[in-house]
Design a protein around this ligand. Structure first.
Ligand SMILES: Nc1nc2c(ncn2[C@@H]2O[C@H](COP(=O)(O)OP(=O)(O)O)[C@@H](O)[C@H]2O)c(=O)[nH]1
Ligand SMILES: [Mg+2]
Length: 340
């Protein structure tokens, strides 16, 4: 009889070591990759291309239940809300903001909820509640459990890759059966856990971000926020160039003295330079001279965030004449009203 890996949901097989779900012995409950991830934090086989976005969406539509949509604000892309509106508008949705321990302490729960509610009001999404959770706060998990007990039927946990879906289900069910890792693409198939008479579905995440996909998993991990984020703030009165290597060169020209804050991981390759930006790039990141798309925003008049999908964001407080961004992936940069 066929069975699926309890960690990542892949169908267990003992034929091909390079394919998903490989086990030496079909009696095992988890695949070799999950075993190695759980015990050694080691990714032996990468399955980046295994989850096909369109197929996942179709599969999710076949599953009955209410949705629990997880959002990691450090990787918040409003396109996921657009997707909810288009594909799941008849479902009840509980929104969960995860990893609150990593957010700046100036961002209160109330502020988070207010901000999320603003993004929801102009979309037709039947959201029943907004919860803010952290694995480090037991009360936040208990609070979520109470919320979920008021929602009907089975629950399908969805969100972007690495939003914390598998971890949250483990926390709710007080188990560690689902495989969790800081690498994206850990959960490979829709997986089920029984809990208090209903089914919780763990799912592979969606991904929009293209930046990190180009890198090896190890290199991509530099951009993941694993510790509480420390904002980097600069006062700017002359044009300044900021570099997020190897993806983004951003030149900000202020209209008046302003402040700019970057919310990126501590290990993110981030540099700031004035007029000598080009020299710096030629010396340290010659590959970046080939970034061949340009985005230009003129006249920024309100407090605005420039979001670099999968990496973080930059917040501008004050008026700017222009922002010019050189990048390879235009679609991964968006503007939004400032979060903080
Ligand atoms: N600091 C912190 N890290 C978390 C939290 N929830 C999840 N993570 C981490 O986020 C990463 C991705 O979690 P995972 O559950 O595998 O995400 P999934 O891809 O959505 O299933 C892992 O490194 C988790 O340890 C949280 O509340 N706080
Ligand atoms: Mg997962």
């Amino acid at each position: 009889m066929s069975k699926n890996c309890q960690g990542c949901g892949a169908l267990l097989q003992n034929k091909d070591i390079n394919k998903i779900g490989y086990v030496v012995d079909l009696e095992h409950e988890i695949c070799r990759r999950c075993f190695r991830l759980k015990h050694y934090g080691d990714v032996t086989v990468i399955h980046k291309d295994e989850v096909i976005f369109k197929d996942l969406l179709q599969e999710l539509k076949q599953v009955n239940g209410s949705l629990v949509l997880l959002i990691d604000l450090l990787n918040y892309d409003t396109r996921i809300l657009d997707m909810m509106e288009t594909h799941f508008k008849d479902r009840q949705i509980v929104l969960v903001i995860t990893k609150s321990d990593l957010l700046p302490s100036t961002l209160s729960r109330e502020k988070i909820k207010r901000m999320v509610n603003i993004s929801l009001t102009d979309r037709k999404i039947d959201h029943v509640a907004v919860a803010v959770t952290s694995l480090k706060s037991k009360p936040s998990i208990e609070n979520l459990k109470r919320m979920l007990s008021r929602v009907r039927g089975d629950l399908i946990f969805i969100g972007m890759v690495n939003a914390g879906k598998s971890s949250l289900i483990n926390a709710i069910t007080d188990s560690n059966s689902l495989t969790v890792s800081s690498f994206p693409h850990t959960t490979l198939k829709i997986n089920q856990v029984e809990y208090e008479g209903r089914t919780l579905y763990d799912t592979p995440g969606f991904k929009f971000q293209g930046y990190l996909e180009k890198l090896s998993l190890k290199a991509a991990n530099q951009y993941a926020v694993l510790k509480p984020i420390k904002a980097k703030t600069f006062q700017v009165s002359d044009p300044q160039t900021y570099i997020i290597a190897p993806f983004i060169i951003l030149t900000l020209t202020p209209s008046e003295p302003l402040s700019v804050t970057f919310y990126v991981s501590e290990t993110c390759p981030f540099h700031r330079c004035g007029k000598r930006a080009l020299d710096y790039i030629q010396k340290h990141h010659p590959e970046m001279t080939a970034l061949n798309s340009e985005i230009r925003y003129n006249k920024i008049n309100e407090t605005t965030d420039v979001v670099f999908s999968g990496i973080g964001w930059m917040s501008i407080k004050g008026k700017a004449e222009s922002i010019i961004i050189q990048t390879d992936l235009k679609s991964e940069i968006t503007l939004r009203k400032a979060l903080l």
